[in-house]
Design a protein around this ligand. Structure first.
Ligand SMILES: [Zn+2]
Length: 355
């Protein structure tokens, strides 16, 4: 992702919780200015921004009427299932949906982190960027509880120059090998995203999901002959990115219990993104000026942790507050689709008569 300048937007001091349906109130109800005449019904809601830092939630969300709040589930209800968190860059998953990935792994999923670029544009030099971000991807996967991390090493910010069928084939191979059931990826229809890699990855994952399954039984048949089994991917969590963007949301996940895991996964991203060692760097800079920020604590570790939690995670706290949650992440969730053949079979069983 890329840092943008914070666009100050007036936000009422006390943002109201959602209405009866738990949905966000329109700007006027939140005390924000709107020039929208009363005869119009808003088709998008502005996402409230924290005062001190804002770069991780888009400007607008459109909410589906059947929005679901996903809460903690006791026990290990996902035991035996596999998730793949796929990202263009080493900080995409950690910044935008690490809380939900950590939650599902804690609830029984086996997780894998798959990075598709080489992140060469984020580092002291191009070469250092490649090495540091390779390390970061591996360390972030550990913090999230993933079993393994993969990297495809496509050149950073040049992925629209890559053959999408090659990217897709590599994904299909991994999805079949790992027997993936659920994917996380940036929304393939992320509006107004300036980063060319994000949309390439989102669309490659989307097509690889069904082509790796039984519906794609004739896709790359040598993989199946060699012993791989079709994947059965029935759930997709699409997350947003573009700070200036606009996304459809039908699922809000309560990540309050996993916010510290998310913080630590972001601290692992030393080479890229706004987290990493930013807290300890600020602490040292202030010390050179003969100052300190009590919020950052008395060590580099505490400074890194408190910086990420109190500045960067504010977007998710302010967003979650609208739904009565301490911290939350937003998704376009696509769940298991009903089998049309089952419906026909049921109809035939109920209505077939003797000749
Ligand atoms: Zn990115």
């Amino acid at each position: 992702m890329r840092r943008r300048q914070f666009l100050g937007q007036p936000v009422s001091a006390g943002i109201a919780l959602g209405g009866a349906a738990g949905l966000p109130q329109p700007p006027a109800a939140r005390g924000q200015r709107t020039d929208l005449p009363a005869r119009f019904t808003p088709s998008a809601y502005s996402v409230p921004k924290p005062e001190n830092s804002a770069l991780l939630t888009p400007d607008y969300f459109t909410y589906a009427e059947d929005l679901v709040i996903e809460r903690n589930r006791p026990g290990k209800p996902h035991r035996g299932k596999v998730l793949a968190a796929v990202q263009a860059h080493s900080d995409d998953i950690t910044l935008f949906c690490a809380g939900t990935v950590a939650k599902l792994i804690d609830e029984g999923y086996t997780g894998y982190l798959i990075r598709l670029s080489n992140d060469e544009k984020a580092g002291r030099t191009v070469g250092y960027g490649v090495v540091q971000n390779e390390i970061d991807n591996r360390e972030a996967a550990k913090e999230l509880g993933c079993k393994k991390a993969f990297s495809f090493y496509y050149r950073n910010h040049r992925m629209d120059d890559c053959a999408v069928i090659e990217i897709r084939q590599r994904l299909i191979f991994l999805f079949r090998l790992l027997q993936v059931n659920t994917v996380f990826v940036m929304d393939p229809y992320d509006h107004y995203d300036e980063n060319p890699d994000h949309l390439v990855v989102g669309r490659a994952v989307e097509s690889a999901c069904w082509m790796s399954g039984t519906g794609g039984g004739r896709e790359y048949p040598e993989q199946l002959k060699a012993g791989l089994k079709p994947a059965n991917i029935r759930e997709k969590y699409y997350h947003s990115r573009a700070p200036q963007g606009h996304n459809l949301v039908n699922r809000v996940v309560d990540i309050s219990s996993y916010i510290d895991r998310k913080v630590r996964a972001n601290i692992a991203n030393k080479g890229k993104g706004p987290a990493g060692d930013a807290g300890s760097r600020l602490r040292r800079e202030l010390a050179r000026q003969g100052k300190k920020l009590p919020l950052l604590g008395e060590s580099d570790d505490s400074a890194n942790f408190q910086y990420v939690k109190n500045f960067l995670m504010e977007d998710f706290r302010v967003f979650g507050r609208q739904f009565g949650l301490e911290y939350a992440e937003a998704f376009r969730y696509i769940g298991p689709e009903p089998s049309f053949q089952d419906g026909i079979r049921k109809y035939v069983a109920a209505h077939a008569v003797p000749l």
